[in-house]
Write a protein that binds this ligand. Structure first.
Ligand code: M6R
Length: 638
C-alpha cells in the first residue's frame, strides 16, 4: 500500500519522481503528491485521485513559484534536484486533497511521506496539540512531519551542525517515538541534496545510481535509471545524497544493506501495446512459467531452490506443512495442498495468513511453513511467518520480489521469475506460484525418498510442456471475450469445481469480484446441494471447472452430474473442460476447451479463461481493469 519515491542527484527531480510514481501507482491511487527542494525552498503539490490529477495541476503551475512573503518567486518545482513523491492507499483519513501526502511542518520547510500505520498516532497527536501544533489533515503521517520538524529545530537550536546528517539524526529520534509499521521519507528546505528514509515492517529499497541515488517502495520505480539496488534491514534509517548512501539503525549505529542486481528491464514494467497491464500479464504467462522452471533441475536431477538455509535433514524431519497466504496466493496454496499431500504424503494445511496466528496453530521445529506472496510485503503473511518462526517452525517463502521482507525473513526461498506484475489483479503471479509449489512438492518428495529422480524429472517435463499449452490456449481465447460481453450484466456469476478445480473456481470468483464489482462466488461443486444451489435462478451464469476424464474418472462423472443438476434449475452453464471431453457437451451452454493436462497441473490452464473472462467483463462494464476501486497491489497493513 502506498507508493513512495525519493531522488537525490543532479537532474530535475520532479520528472524522475513522477515516472517512479507512475510505476508504483498500482500500490494505491487514492491521491498523489510531490515535494521538491529548490534553492532553499520546499515546493509541494498534492491532489486527491489518481496521479493524472496531480500531473494536471502540476502542468498548470507557473514556471516560477510564488513562495516568498513579498511576492517574489522561486524557480519552478520542475527545477529542484531533490524530491520525494507519494501515491496513497488511504488508511487514516479519507482520500482527499488535505489528506494526500506529503505532509508539511516547520512553517512548510519539512515534508514527509509515509506508507504504513503509526499505531500510537492518537497519543502523539494529543501531545503535539497540547504543545500548540495545529494539524491540517486527519492522517497519522502528519504527526511524523511535526515531530521531525520539532527535532530539527531542537537540534539546530542546540548548535548541531546543519547538513544531511542532521536530517538523519532527527529521523532516528522520530522513529524511536513511533509504534506500528512505517516507511518514511523526508526532505528539509534547508538541507538541499538529501533525502532521508526509515523503515519498520514496511518496504523501502535503495537504488544506487551514478551521481544520483533513489529510494522507493519497490525497484520498479527506478529500474529505468539503475538496476543496482540495496536491500534495507528492519529498523534502519537511510540517508541518500547524490554521491552517498548512509545506513544506520534507529540508535545511530552504522548498518549495512544487502546489494543486489535487478534482472528485470524497464520495458517489463510497461504496457507494451496492450490496453491494460492485466492483458499483458495474462499474455506473459507462458514465458513466466518457463522462466520459473529455468535451471531448476540440477545435473543430479534434483530440484534447486534459490536461497536455502535448510538442510536436506531439516526437510526430512518435516512432519506437517502449513501454507499461509492471502487472496490469490492463498488459492495457489489450496492447489498446492493437493499436489504436496499426493506426492509427499505429509499432511498439509492451507491457512489464510490473516487468521493463522490468532488461532494459535500447533507448530514446532518439524513443521514447515510455506509463505506464498507475490510482493513479499503482505503484512498478514509476514506476521504469520513471524509467528511461525517464534514457534521454531521452518519457513520457506515463495516470492516474486527479490529483496522484499518475506523472503528475507524466511529460512529458504523459491523465487517465481514472473517479472513485475503491475495490474492489481494477480495473474502470472498465480500461475508461477503454482509452478513453485509443484517444485517444492517434488523437492520434498525427492529428499524424503518418496520419488526417484526420474519420477521428478517426468513431472518437470510435464511442467515444461505447459508454456506451449498456454500459448495454444491464449491463441484461441477470443470466444471467452465474446462470452464476457454477453454476460456482463448478469447480477450474479457462480463458479464450481472439484479437487484442484475448487480453488480455481474460488480464483475465478475473486477475479470477477475485484475487477467487475459483481456478485460472484466459488463453491466446491459437491457443496451446492447443501445450500448454494438455492442461488441459481433462470439464466444465472455458472462457470463449471471440469477435471480431466483421464485423471480420476469418478471426479469427472460427479461434476458432470452437478452440471446437470444446476442446468435443470435454469443455470446457464459455462463449462471449462479438457479438449476431447465430449461427455460434457450436452450440458454446456458454452464450452471452453483447454489443452489436455495432467490432473494436478490442470489449474495452470483452467484458470486462464477465468482471468480473461473477468478482465473483459470489467472492461465492458467500463471499469479500470488495472486499478480496481478500493484495492491496492501490495497490502502492507494488517
Ligand atoms: O503480494 P501477495 O501475493 O502477498 O498478495 C496477496 C493478495 O493480496 C493478492 O493475491 C490479491 O488477492 C490479488 N491482487 C488478487 O488478484
Amino acid at each position: 500500500m502506498c507508493g513512495i519515491v525519493g531522488y537525490a542527484g543532479a537532474r530535475p527531480a520532479l520528472g524522475i519522481v513522477l515516472d517512479g510514481l507512475r510505476r508504483l501507482e498500482y500500490r494505491g491511487y487514492d491521491s498523489a503528491g510531490v515535494a521538491v527542494v529548490c534553492e532553499g525552498e520546499l515546493l509541494t503539490e498534492k491532489k486527491a485521485g489518481k496521479l493524472a490529477n496531480l500531473e494536471k495541476v502540476l502542468a498548470e503551475r507557473p514556471a516560477a513559484d510564488p513562495v516568498f512573503g513579498d511576492g517574489a518567486t522561486a524557480p519552478g518545482i520542475g527545477v529542484g534536484t531533490t524530491g520525494i513523491g507519494h501515491t496513497r492507499w488511504a488508511t487514516h483519513g479519507g482520500p482527499t486533497d488535505r489528506n494526500a501526502h506529503p505532509h508539511t511542518a516547520g512553517d512548510g520547510r519539512v515534508a514527509v511521506i509515509h506508507n504504513g500505520i503509526i499505531e500510537n498516532f492518537a497519543k502523539l497527536r494529543a501531545e503535539l496539540e497540547a504543545e500548540g501544533v495545529e494539524f491540517s489533515s486527519d492522517t497519522d503521517t502528519e504527526c511524523a512531519a511535526h515531530l521531525l520538524a520539532g527535532e530539527l529545530a531542537r537540534l539546530r537550536a542546540a548548535g548541531e551542525p546543519d547538513g544531511p546528517r542532521l536530517l538523519a539524526v532527527a529521523m532516528r529520534q522520530v522513529c524511536q517515538r513511533l509504534e506500528g509499521a512505517f516507511t518514511l521519507l523526508a526532505v528539509d528546505a534547508g538541507i538541499p541534496g538529501a533525502v532521508v528514509g526509515a523503515r519498520r515492517n514496511s518496504p523501502l529499497v535503495v537504488g544506487r545510481g551514478v551521481g544520483e541515488n533513489y529510494l522507493a517502495s519497490d525497484v520498479s520505480a527506478f529500474i529505468e535509471h539503475t538496476r543496482e539496488a540495496v536491500e534495507l534491514g528492519q529498523d534502519q534509517v537511510v540517508l541518500i545524497t547524490a554521491d552517498d548512501i548512509e545506513i544506520t539503525d534507529f540508535a545511530g549505529a552504522p548498518a549495512s544493506g544487502k546489494d543486489f542486481h535487478i534482472d528485470w528491464d524497464a520495458s517489463a514494467a510497461e504496457k507494451g501495446g496492450y490496453d491494460y497491464f492485466m492483458l499483458k500479464e495474462i499474455a506473459e504467462q507462458p514465458q513466466a512459467i518457463a522462466d520459473t522452471l529455468l535451471g531448476r533441475l540440477t545435473e543430479n536431477g534434483e530440484i534447486a531452490l534459490d536461497e536455502v538455509r535448510l538442510t536436506d535433514q531439516d526437510l526430512r524431519d518435516v512432519d506437517k506443512i502449513f501454507i499461509v497466504a492471502c487472496g490469490t496466493a492463498y488459492h495457489a496454496g489450496m492447489v498446492a495442498k493437493y499436489a504436496i499431500e499426493h506426492w509427499t504424503r505429509i499432511p498439509c494445511e492451507v491457512e489464510l495468513a490473516s487468521e493463522f496466528r490468532y488461532r494459535d496453530p500447533v507448530l514446532d521445529r518439524s513443521t514447515l511453513v510455506v509463505a506464498i506472496s507475490q510482493s513479499g510485503e503482505t503484512m498478514d503473511t509476514l506476521m504469520a511467518l513471524r509467528h511461525a518462526k517464534e514457534q521454531k517452525a521452518r519457513v520457506l517463502a515463495i516470492c516474486n520480489t527479490n529483496g522484499s521482507t518475506i523472503p528475507r525473513e524466511s529460512d529458504a526461498v523459491l523465487y517465481t521469475h514472473g517479472g513485475p506484475e503491475v495490474a492489481v489483479a494477480s495473474t502470472k503471479a498465480f500461475l508461477t506460484q503454482l509452478v513453485a509449489c509443484y517444485l517444492i512438492g517434488l523437492h520434498l518428495a525427492q529428499v524424503r525418498g518418496i520419488k526417484y529422480a526420474d519420477e521428478v524429472a517426468a513431472v518437470v517435463a510435464q511442467l515444461q510442456e505447459m508454456p506451449d499449452k498456454l500459448r495454444e490456449l491464449l491463441a484461441g481465447i477470443e470466444p471467452v471475450r465474446e462470452l464476457a460481453r454477453d454476460i456482463k450484466a448478469a447480477p450474479t456469476v457462480l463458479f464450481i469445481g472439484r479437487h484442484v478445480g475448487f480453488p480455481v473456481a474460488l480464483e475465478g470468483a475473486l477475479k470477477l469480484k475485484e475487477l467487475a464489482y459483481m456478485h460472484a462466488e466459488g463453491f466446491a461443486a459437491g457443496e451446492l446441494k447443501h445450500g448454494p444451489i438455492a442461488l441459481i435462478d433462470q439464466g444465472t451464469p455458472v462457470v463449471c471447472v471440469v477435471p480431466s476424464p483421464a485423471g480420476r474418472g469418478m471426479l469427472h462423472d460427479k461434476i458432470v452430474s452437478n452440471i446437470q443438476e444446476i442446468r435443470a434449475r435454469g443455470a446457464r452453464t459455462i463449462v471449462i473442460a479438457e479438449e476431447g471431453d465430449t461427455a460434457v457437451t450436452p450440458y454446456a451452454d458454452h464450452l471452453i476447451y483447454v489443452p489436455r493436462t495432467p490432473t494436478l497441473l490442470a489449474p495452470l490452464v483452467t484458470t486462464v479463461p477465468l482471468q480473461v473472462l473477468a478482465c473483459e467483463i470489467a472492461a465492458a462494464r467500463g471499469h479500470d481493469v488495472d486499478q480496481p476501486r478500493n484495492l491496492a497491489k501490495s497490502v502492507t497493513v494488517e
